[in-house]
Design a protein around this ligand. Sequence first.
Ligand SMILES: [Ca+2]
Length: 168
Amino acid sequence: MSKPAFFLAVLLFSAALIASVSAHGPTVPPTEPPTVGSGDFRTIGFWKHQFAVATSNNNGKAQISASDLQGLLDELDANWTTFSGTTLGEGYDLLWLKKASMEERARQQCFATLLNWANGAVAFGELVDTDYDGFPDTTFSDAMADALTGSDYENNKNICDSINNMNP
Ligand SMILES: [Ca+2]
């Protein structure tokens, strides 16, 4: 393939990729973890609302249906032992926990981060911002390995909180 033809092929492939991501919207099929993230990170407040509506603790309207939310939980179950087997009710309880300890706050934020992952925001090898400066600095898989296993719970919370707030 000639050089211009190669670049054209890359361009067309990228355009097709972007088109397919946009066509699916924010929710990817639960059986397919993302290979290229949409960059559509949602904060913990968004996820609290989705779980509240899905569990009928809030009568408002959700952006993600209860069955799609269950699909995201299935994705977490299949890929992240930390949250394996989490039900919609347990997800609600975790996100809405009052007077949470720092360890629990880290768990809440990282649960939201992994929901963003399952929802297609980011792929394992993509860079994310873990220190709130607006610049991606660590691959998502390395960042989550730190956040889920580190003994400094405040640091773990901050890593996940920073990722969840990557959308301006
Ligand atoms: Ca950064």
